[in-house]
Ligand binder design. Structure first.
Ligand SMILES: Nc1ncnc2c1ncn2[C@@H]1O[C@H](COP(=O)(O)OP(=O)(O)OP(=O)(O)O)[C@@H](O)[C@H]1O
Length: 333
């Protein structure tokens, strides 16, 4: 969407995400915020907030989404993974109501995003991949202005609390064009959550973040989900981030969902069993097992302190992801 959306409707936008920043983002402000999130009202604890069934998208003659089906409940954090061109942004834009689908059923907060009105939009937060406008505005000013559009719909964040939450209090009076890439990305996140959305869509939110900012952002996302019941759907190419943040992972490839579950469920299904590795009298051994604790116990009983370099290896999300995407029989999936 155009950045003008900031001025015209209670919808968030985003920045370029390049560069880095050394300013830490304080997540505490989210959990400690004196004002309740909009999400606390009205939506039952286990309610289905995102419901997608048989979603299809065609650009011209190219089908880019085929029968995409998934659900997200209140307070869930879902990571949408997949290679370049898999259809992640297309999916998220359809859920945001910015793109019209070709077919299928899509409901977000009980409404069809393609037809939903301003009241619905005020309950949905969006952080897109790039936004470069409003450079002459100051950070606090922009947040106050965008927040003002939510009055009458939700209770927006106080701009001073919000700059604190996203670690921009030192830049609150700085013009936006003078921010570093990472700081602009924090501002994107601030704009995305200023209306205390019940659902938050984040398209590659931490590109350009330094490690401290990334960790603080993860705390912020966890706080939003756990303390305020915000449902969060994020796309990322950072598998470590997905593993840390997401209760559930969806893997999209060529417009099809090829994996849906917790990182652990997918690892068990795709990458197989855990593996125990050890060395004994200078020789290395490894054995796959479903019950690593039992195997370790038996090895120790048998070999005692001769057992060396003992490791239990569980497939990482990266192992799982790469197995899922591996071409079948050397051909195309
Ligand atoms: N407006 C458009 N018109 C035509 N084709 C498009 C359009 N937008 C996206 N596509 C195509 O749809 C497919 C899915 O694109 P999409 O941007 O959803 O992928 P993605 O998974 O978000 O990729 P990335 O990880 O690179 O951001 C790609 O093949 C892309 O070229």
């Amino acid at each position: 969407m155009s950045a003008d959306g900031a001025g015209n409707s209670p919808v968030a936008m985003s920045a370029d995400g390049a560069g880095s920043s050394a300013v830490a983002m304080s997540a505490d402000g989210v959990a400690n915020s004196p004002v309740a999130m909009g999400g606390d009202a009205g939506v039952a604890d286990d309610a289905v907030v995102i419901d997608v069934v048989g979603l299809r998208m065609r650009y011209g003659t190219a089908d880019v989404l085929h029968d995409v089906t998934f659900r997200a409940r209140r307070g869930e954090v879902l990571a949408l993974l997949g290679p370049n061109g898999a259809g992640k942004t297309t999916t998220i834009e359809i859920l945001e109501g910015f793109r019209t689908r070709s077919a299928g059923h899509v409901e977000v907060l009980g409404a069809d995003p393609a037809r939903a009105g301003e009241e619905w939009r005020a309950r949905v937060g969006v952080v897109l991949q790039s936004w470069r406008d409003h450079g002459k505005w100051r950070v606090r000013e922009l947040l106050a202005q965008v927040g003002a559009y939510y009055h009458g719909y939700t209770t927006p964040w106080d701009p001073d609390d919000l700059v604190d939450v996203v670690g921009l209090s030192g830049q609150a009076n700085q013009k936006i064009h003078t921010l570093s890439g990472g700081q602009r990305r924090r501002l994107d996140v601030a704009v995305g959550i200023v209306g205390r959305p019940e659902v938050l869509f984040l398209d590659e939110p931490t590109v350009g973040f330094d490690p401290v900012a990334r960790r603080d952002f993860h705390d912020l996302v966890r706080g939003l989900a756990a303390e305020h019941g915000t449902t969060i759907l994020l796309t990322t190419h950072d598998l470590d981030e997905a593993e840390r943040l997401a209760g559930r992972v969806l893997v999209l490839d060529g417009g099809r969902i090829i994996g849906d579950g917790t990182a652990e469920e997918l690892a068990r299904r795709v990458a197989g069993q855990n593996e125990v590795r050890w060395s004994l009298n200078g020789d290395r051994f490894s054995r796959p097992t479903d019950r690593p604790a039992r195997l370790v116990y038996e090895l120790y009983r048998e070999h005692g302190d001769d057992l060396r370099d003992l490791e239990v290896h569980r497939a990482s999300l990266e192992d799982t992801y790469l197995s899922l995407l591996r071409p079948v029989d050397g051909g195309v999936r």
